[in-house]
Design a protein around this ligand. Structure first.
Ligand code: FAD
Length: 319
């Protein structure tokens, strides 16, 4: 008989895990607490590198813009990071609904299920405030808050603009038919930083951005995605790193010990390195900006400091 797997959460990661496990012939059911109308509406800019194509098919009509670079404004200098690989902005709501439409497994919406004893395995892909993480008495990761609005200014530029705040940054993302303004900050500073940024728009939304790496040590339960707190320390972006994490879960399924080990081995040093270099770069950028090249070719998922420096230029190329 097929083994029964319960996946908690129909976000991008839960749906990806469920569809891959279904391909491996497990009997998969996804439990989602939101209604189908609300499930795709989570606050997320959904700016990801083209590495996403290695995991999920993204139809052209879901792509709102292509982003080639990021302009970081330090106090006295602007630095261009040329994204390598390029990024795309996806319409998250329609993307999640498309994944749901294509799903070949059962999804139960508006679920408030807390008892999963009938399942052989349970995967918590239930986001930053994960119910399963609490149930397993695991500690919470750290959090920042991401807040954004949409203005009706059309902008198809290929450059994201960011400005460092106390513990995070503000961003302006051209999304084709509109522009997104947002800020990532610690909870206690978010109001002040948002005021300073002073941007107006509609559809104000916010959500927790977890930070850390928390894994479940159990033979029946595993957590993945925002539930583990695995996001890039410099940007809070979670999708690409979490798809790598989800792939490790699927490849090792149901050996969760091996999954945990592989995730730690692959990501722990990247998290530590990311935190240190993020602090260092912003300190140097604001106080000794002459040391930083103006143009850097940059892998925004798996940066390599030395490779980036080799591919940097003191001045921005003219085109
Ligand atoms: C403002 C903002 C901007 C961001 N921008 C980017 C970006 O540009 N690029 C990027 O890579 N990342 C970005 N992120 C991070 C990214 O959104 C997350 O890392 C990613 O969406 C996590 O996916 P997930 O499937 O793990 O969790 P989620 O998308 O949070 O999905 C979890 C699902 O579980 C459901 N759920 C929760 N509890 C239960 C329960 N008890 N029972 C059943 N269901 C439950 C929730 O309703 C939800 O649908 C951003 C985050 C924020 C807040």
């Amino acid at each position: 008989m097929k083994k029964k797997v319960g996946v908690i959460g129909a976000g991008i990661i839960g749906l990806y895990v469920a569809s891959e496990l279904k391909k491996k012939s497990f009997d998969v059911t996804v439990f989602e607490k939101q209604s189908i109308e609300k499930v795709g509406k989570k606050s997320c800019s959904t700016l990801v590198s083209k590495r996403i194509f290695d995991f999920i098919q993204i139809d052209d009509d879901l792509i709102e813009n292509t982003i080639k670079r990021c302009l970081i404004k330090f106090k006295k200098k602007e630095v261009v990071l040329e994204f390598n690989p390029e990024h795309i902005v996806i319409n998250r709501e329609r993307f999640v609904l498309r994944m749901i439409k294509n799903a070949e497994f059962n999804i139960i919406f508006e679920s408030n299920r807390t008892d999963f004893s009938e399942f052989d395995y349970v995967i918590g892909a239930d986001g930053a405030s994960s119910f399963l993480r609490h149930k397993l008495n695991l500690k919470n990761p750290g959090y920042r808050v991401g807040l954004k609005v949409e203005s009706n200014v059309k902008d198809s530029n290929d450059t994201v603009k960011t400005f460092k705040t106390k513990n995070g940054f503000t961003w302006i993302i051209p999304k084709g038919n509109y522009t997104e303004y947002g800020v990532l900050e610690k909870k206690e500073n978010i109001k002040d930083e948002w005021k300073k940024f002073n941007k107006k728009g509609s559809n104000l939304s916010f959500a927790l951005v977890p930070q850390g790496l928390v894994l479940a040590s159990s033979d029946k339960y595993a957590i993945v995605g925002d539930a583990t707190g695995l996001t890039k320390p410099w940007s809070g972006g979670g999708i690409i790193w979490q798809l790598y994490e989800a792939k490790m879960l699927i490849e090792n399924f149901p050996n969760f010990k091996k999954y945990n080990k592989e995730v730690r081995k692959f990501f722990l040093w990247k998290i530590i390195k990311g935190r240190i270099s993020n602090k260092l770069i912003h300190f140097v950028g604001n106080h000794f900006s002459f040391l930083i090249p103006s143009y850097i070719k940059y892998d925004n998922d798996f940066p390599n400091f030395f490779k980036s420096l080799l591919n940097s230029k003191r001045k921005k190329p003219s085109s």
